[in-house]
Design a protein around this ligand. Structure first.
Ligand code: ARG
Ligand code: ZN
Length: 872
């Protein structure tokens, strides 16, 4: 059944108070709920009945105002509980049973190893008890938890602890009570029960309130929690300073669980995290893991205001909290690390994966107008493109205006469930701005293309830049209006000097509002080189005909860190595409121009202050990003061409790569930014050198693998070795397994590297991995590291021309669907890009999609993804 935004109506009933009592056990948990319900005075509808949502629940008892309800006064089906004709205000008491240990969907209350935990977003609360499980019904929650003292010594829920610590009860049980003073929707409810170790600390807020900070993990992981704690403190301080947001409860808890469908969850005062985004030690986590932990901890923390204090009216508004919070976490990471590097990484991910999503059958606006299963809309579009849209508002208003707008938004809507429209309105009102046209970004899907042409008038000394925008997006929406597109621009003279555009400014933001528009700059003495879309100021595809000389000029001189990098990527992409063309047409492969190689050499020779940025300047565009730009992906030619360009750079600059490799090799395990940058630079050198395929380099790599003192170096070396013949790499994988078999998160990496191997028998190895004793379909991280990695990060074998890769993934989607539909649907996304391939592969992929679609039973999660994939 499809749900439409246009059908939204305010709730007919509201719940002022929610009192929950849990008698917890893994196989049978008793839930008693006591709800103060009243008719919503703002609701015009006159349906006399109250319809509560509930799934997979066993009803025990039902009372209205203390009286047991007779069966003729209610109706029960597998999705709803309808109370007939209740009065305008009453107390509803529900008792029901649930079974956490059979809950493999990991939505609602479930068991992870020995602990019990919850995931309620988006619609998991209805798997705990019957409720008005929609975000615009906000209520005050009080929770009592009763459980066995030994099995579940730690009992946590939202808000503040009330009463004395845990109260001892009969039968070796104990009880804990929690009260959350802030009204919240049910999706923010959480509880955790388990035998957990805890790292404690505290934080004093800007107004001087002391907040207890607690990070809970399984005992054996306690040594991997200090980075998470430090990240939390950094995030709390940053949100005060950058957004004026102070924390509001006496305690903030984070719990790490091994079984989790997504990254983490911002439940009020009690965040629940995938272990992957909490645990980090230098031995077991890579530098990227460290950065991800800090980013996700920040993200969930920032939700306390952008999501919890101000929440979403309905799930069509998901980007209200996610787009804004991703923007906030990006700013946080930029502040903690390097602004340029963070921007480049985010844009890379957006252009590689969100652009691909937006170009395919699953394309949707950041505020969708319909859905079947909301869990399918936790997408790159809602999150990453949503963040880009917020970033454009930030660019248009400037730092101060944006902050003023955010302050008004938080103040005006505190305690309410609102819409993306409300967000934009607050920014408008605070700044006297008009974003009417801008709002199109919320309702239009697809990636706009902007074409640029320039002309220089020697006599007038004027330079004109003309733009044309095309919103060539999915068939579903025909009427495309021009968007507001902020284009940050600068102009360089022949010496690479920035021209003053107006006054002292060398960079300016042009605001495109029409389908075609020109801007003229005066007093320009010679024809400049334009640097357009600086900082990637809008989520568009820019089409611009720069000569290779102009690109190299920008690559050498652009003061905008993003565009300097972009210029280098453009040069390289250009030659990789030319090489692909040559391969396809059996022509001679074009040489890389000396100028380009020379620029690489110069960059390698000149040590930059930001070494992490320098590594990015010297990196090749990824095959996945190149693939996104091809109308028909020729995997084999792409791999070959990429390799040829890499080898050329590797051999022409061999001595420099080697010198830098050695110069940075002594770096130990420290996680300070300098050590991290040195490792990324060194491992970039290793990657180029390995393309030479010499014995010396190979032994160097093996030595790095064997002597590495940190996970970054060990994984980097193993990743290189993983592409060698299976007969060679098997011994390194065995050694790695023996070394790390007790660390789940490291073993996930071990699985993933094998699943991504380019060696000819990769599919055979992957099939074997699914039979490995450590493989488990009930653990999402494991599924993602084997089947997910193969389907999304091993395009060579996933797209094998005999269809074996597609068939394997489809088989596993079906197996997984009966266990965990959300994760199965995620995997099914990998089959949605069929239009990008040749007709043989298109047929093969569609055959698998049809096979899945025809399967019964099939979850609505997977069914929605495959039918949308097939009909577009
Ligand atoms: N709100 C969470 C976050 O972005 C994501 C949780 C989504 N979970 C789900 N099952 N749909 O931080
Ligand atoms: Zn989020």
């Amino acid at each position: 059944k499809t749900i439409y935004l246009k059908d939204y109506t305010v709730p007919e009933f509201l719940i002022s108070k929610t009192e929950l009592h849990f008698d917890l056990s893994a196989d049978k948990t008793l839930v008693n709920s006591r709800l103060n319900i009243y008719r919503n005075p703002d609701c015009k509808k006159t349906n006399p009945d109250l319809v509560l949502m509930g799934e997979e629940l066993t009803l025990i008892d039902l009372k209205v105002d203390g009286e047991r309800l007779h069966p003729e006064h209610y109706t029960l089906d597998d999705k709803t509980l309808t109370i007939h004709n209740p009065s305008a205000r009453f107390v509803l008491e529900i008792s029901n049973h649930i079974n956490p240990s059979t809950n493999t969907a990991l939505s609602g209350l479930y068991k992870s190893n020995t602990m019990l935990c919850t995931q309620c977003e988006a619609e998991g609360f209805r798997r705990i008890t019957w409720f008005l499980d929609r975000p615009d019904v906000m209520s005050i929650f009080s929770v009592t938890m009763v459980a066995d003292k030994d099995e579940y010594p730690v009992l946590l829920s939202n808000g503040n602890r009330t009463g004395s610590p845990n109260i001892a009860l009969a039968d070796n049980k104990h009880a804990a009570r929690w009260h959350d003073p802030f009204p919240k929707p049910s999706y923010l409810f959480a509880l955790v029960a388990g035998d957990l170790a805890c790292l404690k600390d505290s934080f004093t807020t800007c107004s001087g309130r002391e907040v207890a900070l607690e990070v809970y993990v399984e005992e054996h992981d306690l040594d991997k929690t200090s980075h998470a704690m430090q990240s939390l403190k950094n995030a709390m301080r940053w949100d005060e300073q950058a957004f004026g947001r102070e924390y509001d409860l006496d305690i903030y808890m984070i719990v790490a669980v091994s079984h989790f469908n997504m990254g983490a969850m911002e439940n009020k005062g009690l965040n629940i995290f995938n272990t992957k985004y909490v645990l980090a030690s230098e031995k077991t986590a890579t530098d990227a893991d460290f950065e991800n932990v800090e980013a996700v901890i920040g993200h969930e923390y920032f939700h306390n205001w952008s999501g919890n204090r101000v929440t979403c009216r309905d799930w069509f508004q998901l980007s209200l909290k996610e787009g804004f919070t991703v923007f906030r976490d990006q700013q946080f990471t930029a502040h903690q690390t390097s602004e340029a590097v963070k921007r480049i990484k985010d844009v890379n991910m957006l252009r590689t994966h969100q652009f691909a999503e937006d170009a395919g059958p699953l394309s949707h606006p950041i505020r969708p107008s319909s859905f079947v299963e909301i869990n399918n809309f936790y997408t790159l579009t809602i999150y990453e493109k949503g963040a880009e849209v917020v970033r454009m508002l930030h660019t248009l208003l400037g730092e101060t205006g944006f902050r003023k707008g955010c302050d008004l938004y938080f103040e005006r809507y505190d305690g309410q469930a609102v819409t993306t429209e409300d967000f934009v309105t607050a920014l408008e009102d605070a700044n006297n701005a008009n974003f009417e046209q801008f709002k199109q970004w919320y309702s239009q899907a697809g990636t706009p293309t902007v074409t640029v042409t320039t002309s220089y008038n020697q006599n007038e000394k004027t330079y004109t830049v003309s733009f044309e925008q095309h919103n060539n997006s999915p068939s579903t929406q025909a009427d495309k209006e021009p968007l507001v597109i902020p284009i940050r621009l600068g102009l360089l003279d022949d010496n690479g000097k920035e021209l003053n555009l107006h006054g002292e400014q060398t960079s300016t933001v042009l605001e495109l509002t029409k389908a075609e528009q020109s801007f003229t700059f005066t007093d320009i003495n010679t024809e400049p080189t334009p640097s357009i879309l600086r900082g990637f100021s809008a989520p568009i595809k820019l089409q611009q005909t720069l000569s290779i000389e102009q690109k190299i000029h920008l690559f050498q001189h652009d003061k905008d860190a993003f565009n300097r990098w972009e210029a280098g990527q453009n040069c390289l992409s250009y030659f990789i595409f030319k090489t692909i063309d040559a391969i396809q047409n059996h022509h001679k492969v074009p040489p890389l121009p000396d100028e380009l190689v020379g620029t690489f050499r110069a960059i390698l020779q000149q040590p930059l202050a930001d070494l992490a940025y320098q590594s990015l300047l010297l990196s090749l565009p990824s095959k996945a990003y190149l693939a996104e730009q091809m109308s028909t992906i020729d995997i084999d030619a792409l791999y070959q061409a990429h390799r040829i360009v890499k080898q050329t750079l590797a051999s022409s600059l061999q001595d420099l790569w080697l010198a830098h490799y050695h110069a940075n090799h002594h770096v130990g395990a420290g996680t300070d930014s300098q050590s991290i940058a040195q490792r990324s630079f060194k491992n970039l050198c290793l990657d180029y050198l390995m393309a030479l395929e010499t014995d010396e380099v190979r032994s160097m790599c093996i030595q790095q693998f064997e002597t590495a003192r940190n996970m970054t170096d060990q994984i980097a070396a193993l990743a290189e070795l993983s592409h060698l013949d299976t007969s060679i790499n098997v011994s390194y994988f065995d050694a790695f397994y023996q070394q790390w078999k007790n660390e789940d998160l490291v073993i996930d990496k071990w699985f993933a590297l094998q699943a991504c191997s380019e060696t000819t028998d990769a599919l055979h190895s992957v099939k074997k991995l699914t039979q490995h004793p450590d493989f488990d379909m009930k653990t999402p991280n494991r599924v993602r590291s084997v089947i997910g990695a193969f389907a999304t990060a091993n395009p060579l074998h996933f797209n094998a021309i005999d269809g074996s890769g597609y068939e394997f993934v489809a088989d596993n989607i079906l197996l997984l669907d009966s266990i965990n539909p959300q994760v199965a649907a995620r995997l099914a996304n990998s089959l949605s890009h069929w239009k990008k391939f040749d007709s043989t592969r298109q047929q093969l992929i569609k055959a698998q999609l049809s096979r899945i679609q025809a399967h019964t039973p099939l979850s609505k999660d997977v069914s929605e993804i495959v039918s949308r994939s097939l009909t577009a």
